[in-house]
Design a protein around this ligand. Structure first.
Ligand code: SAM
Length: 419
């Protein structure tokens, strides 16, 4: 353990030093993980240097006396050199695919904030977040395109159901598979006229859906819905009376529509309303209209921000980060207005940031007298074998912490009820 921690500290020091020269530090995932097979230059036929090439030429000259007299020999040299350059390019391209760029400004910013908020726990979380090769992906089956063969394949590959045991809410139709080892099941390509069989996602993304407890016939609003993973998951659980999926961003709204089209069959698709409104206005536009509202809020997406490829954009995001809490608060207020009395809402984010999680919920609880917290600790207890949670949170909230072998989250979930 101590060695690993030291090793990690050293690797971070190295990244910091190189970050002084470059804005973003390249972390070679292949070189950091013994489990991962590094790109074998030999396999690509490119494991030689220019020195090695000239040695090969010398060898040829001695083996084929008089070969220099042939004009073809020059052609042979040029072609060999060209082959060497091409294979070098191929090797670099393959390496690039295994590399992800850690954005040092973001890492430094998180380092400061999360060390203060999470203490030593942050070190192990950082280990997971900065090493994509240890990330895990869950496979959510699409009940509208069932395949026994797929379930068999998943079993053979060592997958098991993510949710088992006595959960307060777990419809039999929601089937999600996970395995302890890192890696991703191959993604499915869109095929015209054919529904997709599964959706790849972070297993923690299903916790807000389970906490929402949607029942058949209920009117449901997914306030910030793109790309649509949770909308698809809600429809695996129940048949809502009215299902309204909203996404403000134009491009992402198109992505949402595509997801729905790829997973949901025709008769049901017609019952889904997709809108492109500012979620902050829906409460005034449709007051007391829904039994359940999901607010999967825009947030500092810790996992993806750490790999921002554009330093300017990353810096701007960090500056604007402070404004997110206010947007989240306004979205929540709108969601409360859109709820019928007796209805409930789930708020979720994929950040560890207290300012965007507990602080926003506490502010809502302190400023809206018509909402009360709902205990979700039973759900957390029932899934604690597969997920690691931050200790010391209140009963109406959970924070999933990524850990090696349980690399799910970050995911904050809180549940409120309108009186
Ligand atoms: C965390 S993502 C939602 C992910 C989605 N629920 C899923 O599971 O696939 C948050 C979404 O909120 C959208 N958004 C940002 N501001 C919004 C607003 N004012 N109203 C509605 N949606 C907004 C973002 O464009 C983004 O797509």
């Amino acid at each position: 353990m101590a060695n690993r921690a030291l090793c990690h500290r050293r690797s971070l020091q190295v990244s910091r030093q190189s970050a002084q020269k470059r804005s973003c530090t390249s972390i070679s995932a292949a070189s950091r993980f013994s489990a991962a097979k590094p790109v074998a230059a030999d396999e690509l036929g490119s494991g030689c240097s220019p020195d090695c090439c000239s040695q090969r030429m010398g060898y040829l000259k001695t083996q084929l006396p008089g070969v220099e007299n042939y004009r073809g020999f020059h052609l042979f040299v040029s072609l060999t050199f060209l082959f060497f350059l091409l294979s070098l390019k191929l090797e670099n391209k393959t390496k690039e695919k295994l590399q992800k760029q850690i954005c040092q400004v973001v890492l430094d910013h998180f380092e400061k904030q999360y060390t203060t908020e999470l203490g030593d726990t942050w070190t192990s979380i950082r280990d997971v977040l900065t090493h994509p090769l240890c990330w895990q992906y869950a496979v959510l089956l699409n009940k509208f395109s069932q395949s026994a063969e797929l379930e068999n394949t998943l079993h053979v590959k060592g997958y098991h159901p993510a949710f088992q045991g006595p959960l307060p809410y777990l419809p039999a139709s929601l089937k999600c598979y996970i395995r302890r080892s890192p890696g991703r099941f191959p993604a499915q390509k869109h095929q015209a006229g054919k529904l997709k069989e599964y959706y790849l996602l972070n297993a923690a993304s299903l916790l807000p859906v389970l906490a929402l407890e949607v029942k058949d016939g209920e009117d449901v609003l997914d306030l910030c819905a793109a790309p649509g993973g949770k909308s698809v998951a809600i429809l695996q659980c129940a048949y809502p009376g009215q299902f309204h999926c909203n996404e403000y961003d134009d491009l992402r709204s198109r992505w949402l529509k595509q997801t729905i089209e790829s997973f949901i069959p025709d008769p049901l698709i017609n019952l889904i309303k997709v809108s492109q409104l500012d979620g902050r206005q829906i409460g005034d536009l449709q007051p007391e209209s829904y039994d359940k509202v999901l607010v999967d809020a825009p947030c500092s997406n810790d996992r993806s921000w750490l790999f921002s490829s554009d330093i300017q954009q990353a810096t701007l995001r960090l500056i604007q980060r402070k404004e997110l809490s206010s947007l989240q608060f306004q979205l929540l207020r709108s969601a409360i207005k859109a709820l019928r009395p007796g209805g409930s809402l789930v708020y979720s984010t994929c950040t560890l940031s207290k300012a965007e999680n507990s602080d926003v919920i506490n502010l809502i609880l302190n400023s809206c007298s018509n909402v009360m917290p709902v205990d979700i600790s039973e759900m957390a207890k029932a899934v604690s074998q597969e997920f690691t949670f931050l200790g010391g949170t209140q009963q109406h909230e959970i924070l999933v912490l990524p850990e090696k072998g349980r690399a799910w989250g970050p995911m904050y979930v809180a549940k409120l009820k309108k009186m």
